[in-house]
Design a binder for this molecule. Structure first.
Ligand SMILES: NC(=O)c1ccc[n+]([C@@H]2O[C@H](COP(=O)([O-])OP(=O)(O)OC[C@H]3O[C@@H](n4cnc5c(N)ncnc54)[C@H](O)[C@@H]3O)[C@@H](O)[C@H]2O)c1
Length: 308
């Protein structure tokens, strides 16, 4: 069967509705697509569905969205099981589950057998080997990396990861879809961390190490980076948005792939994970997000406090 044109695609099947999955869904809804979601964690699915509505509402108040919110939300369909992904009729499956190669390989092996053979697979991995997953899916020619930035509905950049077995028509379709959802797509080879995380992760780690040496505070480092280097969120708010666990998983993966010491995870990140401080989504990371509009920096001593 031939690969569809981007303009003919009406819906996307989405696996995972966590930090990235729900903002991907928002971007796809804004691109007039139907989204069929399977999220294993019911509570996460409910909370993040509320967040999607909140984003549309806030965009409407700012004059950035003129559609009907209820009608747009009606295009978001929650599935009852993973099996329903293969019968929902979407020509593209987008995987946005945890950054864990074993889990992703399991999922792609399973879905490679269950999904219609013409379905195209996108993975939103931050750094994992696309070719390994492409082989597991049993359809390497139809498998491509689409690394969106957080939150996908607001960030324009979209890293598209190619590899030798990829069908050029799938690449063309993917780039066409990125235009449809108003993203600036750029291409990268399948190298560890692609372009973005190859450079971003050592940079984040550098400032966590600086904090560990108590050379500056969370707040002052973020002010320095936002006001002098033009990164609006600074380093630590950005890490909180990415999530401490995801940052650790990406850094560990890159260290394993490259043996480059710049990817060694600082102990402070492990301490924070142990304490359940996963950043924005748990309400606490380098910043305390109890009041989301007015976050407060967490002092170093608090950062290092461990749960019993
Ligand atoms: N967080 C970021 O800023 C960011 C940015 C770019 C890319 N990514 C990548 O996006 C992917 C997802 O990261 P995230 O931050 O959204 O993680 P997350 O932990 O917030 O969400 C993952 C979701 O997937 C669900 N899930 C896991 N296994 C599942 C399964 N088998 N079936 C159904 N649902 C399942 C979980 O319940 C969870 O809700 C990762 O590959 C990550 O590296 C993350």
């Amino acid at each position: 069967m031939s690969i569809p044109k981007a303009s003919d695609v009406k819906s996307i099947a989405l696996l995972g509705f966590g930090t990235m999955g729900h903002t991907w869904a928002t971007a796809l809804l804004l691109g007039d697509l139907d989204v069929h979601v399977w999220e294993a964690d019911r509570k996460m699915a409910d909370t993040n569905t509320g967040r999607v509505r909140g984003y549309l509402d806030s965009m409407q108040k700012k004059g950035k969205f003129s559609g009907d919110i209820d009608k747009t939300m009606a295009r978001l369909h929650h599935l009852k099981s993973e099996a329903e992904l293969s019968t929902c009729g979407a020509p593209i499956l987008l995987e946005v589950i945890f950054e864990d190669m074993k889990l992703k390989l399991d999922v792609f092996t399973r879905l490679g057998k269950a999904m219609p053979k013409e379905t195209i697979f996108w993975t939103n991995t931050s750094c994992l080997d696309i070719e390994k997953m492409a082989v597991a899916s049993g359809r390497p020619d139809k498998f491509i990396g689409t690394h969106g930035m957080n939150p996908v509905h607001l960030m324009r950049g979209m890293e598209v990861v190619r590899h030798p077995a990829l069908d050029s028509a799938v690449l063309e379709l993917t780039l066409g879809m990125m235009k449809r959802i108003d993203k600036d797509a750029f291409l990268t080879d399948n190298v560890p961390g692609f372009i973005v995380n190859n450079g971003l992760i050592p940079w984040l780690i550098h400032f966590v190490n600086m904090l560990q040496r108590r050379q500056a505070t969370v707040e002052d480092i973020d002010i320095a980076i936002s006001s002098c280097l033009g990164h609006p969120q600074g380093v630590f708010k950005l890490t909180d948005f990415i999530g401490i666990n995801t940052t650790i998983l990406v850094a560990e993966e890159l260290h394993k792939a490259t043996l480059d010491p710049r990817y060694i995870v600082p102990p402070l990140l492990y301490d924070m994970r142990k304490a359940g401080w996963d950043g924005f989504k748990t309400g606490r990371g380098f910043w305390d997000w109890s009041d989301k509009k007015n976050p407060k920096p967490v002092a170093y001593d608090k950062l290092c406090e461990r749960k019993a």
